[in-house]
Structures are given as structure tokens and as C-alpha cells.
Design a protein around this ligand. Structure first.
Ligand SMILES: Cc1cc2nc3c(=O)[nH]c(=O)nc-3n(C[C@H](O)[C@H](O)[C@H](O)COP(=O)(O)O)c2cc1C
Length: 315
């Protein structure tokens, strides 16, 4: 939907929260960018990382001008981009919040110019800092890749304020698949992993638009459903249960609070009576949709299906 704005480009002023929410539609990976200036080790969770050029090999990322870590990035000759893998949510959260010592208990080794390489990542890129460019309220750091490791682990993804993961695309819309593709599909069609991922994709494709139609983004619906599950949750529990970084939980709670659906309590947050009414609608949709998707199967099949799914989850 176009965002209402005054007449001229030069005077256009956006609500930063609304702009940030729109930018969140661009799914990214998650990195921890690190540096060591000889005295202090810093590391900042960042999703602004982007590749720029192959020849010469250049990458960039941007850091908030208010960042306490920036002076170290400014002094250090190098920085390292650590591309986080799917299981590194806790590490991402740790390097995104104030912490006495972000590296306490974290496995790391030194790279060129003292930059810091973390373990179990999808990849890392050691960079010689080339330029710091003024980019509004951020500094853009451009670096030349001097060394890298390609570990290929499935990446951690960030989308609409929530951590997410990559699923293979179903390619359903391709009418004339090639012979190779058809024979591959024949074999895959009996493979549990393929079936699971395709089933999730298919479910999601029909469910999420319905949820959006009644006015909810997945992250908002998820937080309301979590709060519905218990009387009150603190920020750390919400961040953990919703797979969202604390700042994204805070932003979503502010939005839900401004709509009168959530309120603060001494121990954390709880639903208001209006929030309880709304969450009933969200659950009703979830149950209606499940009933519709499973309507072709009888109760015994559905029970067996859920037992299998729970069994797989427990492995
Ligand atoms: C998924 C995610 C992506 C982030 N991306 C950036 C980014 O690109 N640049 C930035 O300056 N901060 C980013 N942040 C916020 C910083 O990680 C956070 O403000 C951190 O505390 C900054 O470190 P500092 O306290 O040493 O300044 C991001 C946080 C998260 C959870």
C-alpha cells in the first residue's frame, strides 16, 4: 500500500517505525561484524551486510552512528563479517544487546588485523577496511575481502522482525518442467524431507494471506498467541518464545499497545480484554484453516499425522 506523504520529495517525512516495518519485508541474512583495535574487541549483530563487487572483492555493512562499538571499528584496520547459521539465534541476540562482555563463553579465533572469527557460522569474510562513508544516521563501512571461509551451513534469516529459515521453493508455477526435473520429482515425491517442506510451503501459502486479511502480520499474531498462553511474559521470555530479537518484540508490543491489545504489568506484559477478543479471532482462523486443509482426511489419519509430526520434532 502506498504510504501517505506530503507533496514534494524534499519535504517527505516518513514515520521511522512505519518505514522500518516496510523495509523489514526485505528478507536478509544475519551477521555479527567484529573488530579488534589492539585493546578492545567489539562485535555487533547486523543485517545491513551486502556484497558489492567481485573484482576487486568488496563488501559493505552499515553501523548506527550511536553505536558504542563504532570507535573501535574506526580505529581497527580490519573487520570480519560472520554470517550466522540457523542455530545461532542466541548469539545474534547477545551481540544485539548491551552486555558486560559479549565474548564471555563465546568460541572465537583471531583473523587478519585482529578481526574475530566465530565458530559454527555459515561463512566468514575477513576484510581490510577500505572506506567509511557517511550514510545519514549510519556509517557505511566498505571493506576488501582478504580471506574467507565457506562453511555452507543453512543460514539464519531475518524477515519482518522475526528470525526465520530457508525452505526450498516448490516451483509449482512451472508448467513445462524438464525431463530431468520430472524424474527427480518422481523420486523426491516419496521422500519425507521433500514432502514435509512442500507441505509447509503449501499450508503457509494459503494460511498467511488469510491472516493478513483479518489484519495480522505473522509476528504480531504470534506475540498475541504467546501472551494468550500465559498471564504475563517478560521481554526475555517473549523474545525467546517468538524467535524475535528484543528490539523487534519492543516495537511490536508498542504497536499492539497503541491499539489497546497489550499492556504492561509489573512482571512483563499481558493481553487487555480487547487483546483477548482479538486473539480468539486469530485462533478461530487458525483452527478453521487447519480443519479446511485436513478436511479430506478422517480423524484417525489426522491423529496419526500429528503423532508422526511430533515424533519427527522430538528427534
Ligand atoms: C537482526 C538484527 C540486525 C541488526 N542490524 C544492524 C545493522 O545493520 N547495523 C547496526 O548498527 N545495528 C544493527 N542491529 C542492532 C545492533 O546489533 C545493536 O544496536 C547493538 O547493540 C549495537 O552494538 P553496540 O551496543 O556495541 O553499539 C541489528 C540487530 C538485529 C537483532
Amino acid at each position: 500500500m502506498p504510504h501517505d506523504a506530503p507533496q514534494s520529495d524534499t519535504t517527505k517525512v516518513f514515520d521511522p517505525r512505519v518505514l522500518r516495518r516496510a523495509l523489514g519485508n526485505f528478507a536478509t541474512g544475519v551477521t555479527i561484524v567484529t573488530a579488534h583495535d589492539g585493546e578492545t574487541m567489539v562485535g555487533v549483530t547486523a543485517n545491513s551486510f551486502s556484497s558489492v563487487s567481485l573484482d576487486p572483492p568488496l563488501v559493505l555493512w552499515s553501523v548506527d552512528k550511536r553505536s558504542g562499538s563504532f570507535p573501535v571499528f574506526q580505529r581497527a584496520s580490519h573487520f570480519a563479517i560472520n554470517v550466522l547459521s540457523m542455530g545461532q539465534i542466541a548469539l545474534s541476540n547477545r551481540f544485539a544487546r548491551p552486555h558486560d562482555d559479549r565474548y564471555a563463553g563465546v568460541a572465537w579465533r583471531a583473523g587478519q588485523g585482529g578481526c574475530i572469527l566465530l565458530e559454527d557460522t555459515s561463512a566468514n569474510f575477513q576484510c581490510r577496511k577500505q572506506q567509511i562513508i557517511d550514510g545519514g544516521d549510519h556509517w557505511i563501512l566498505l571493506g576488501q575481502v582478504v580471506e574467507f571461509e565457506d562453511n555452507g551451513r543453512p543460514p539464519l534469516v531475518y524477515h519482518q522482525g522475526s528470525y526465520s529459515m530457508v525452505l526450498p521453493h516448490p516451483h509449482r508455477e512451472q508448467a513445462n518442467a524438464s525431463a530431468v526435473d520430472k524424474s527427480l520429482r518422481g523420486r523426491l515425491a516419496d521422500h519425507a524431507y521433500f514432502l514435509l517442506t512442500q507441505a509447509v510451503r503449501s499450508y503457509q501459502q494459503s494460511y498467511q494471506p488469510e491472516q493478513m486479511k483479518i489484519g495480522w502480520r505473522p509476528s504480531e499474531a504470534r506475540l498475541l498467541m504467546i501472551l494468550d498462553d500465559g498471564p504475563c511474559r517478560d521481554m526475555a521470555a517473549l523474545s525467546h518464545d517468538a524467535d524475535m530479537p528484543v528490539h523487534a518484540v519492543e516495537q511490536t508490543l508498542t504497536l499492539l499497545g497503541s491499539r489497546g491489545l497489550v499492556r504492561r504489568t509489573e512482571g512483563g506484559y499481558e493481553l487487555t480484554p480487547e487483546g483477548c477478543t482479538q486473539v480468539c479471532d486469530i485462533w478461530a482462523l487458525a483452527q478453521r484453516h487447519e480443519a479446511q486443509v485436513l478436511s479430506r482426511f478422517d480423524a484417525t489419519e489426522v491423529a496419526a499425522f500429528k503423532r508422526v509430526l511430533k515424533g519427527i520434532m522430538a528427534t
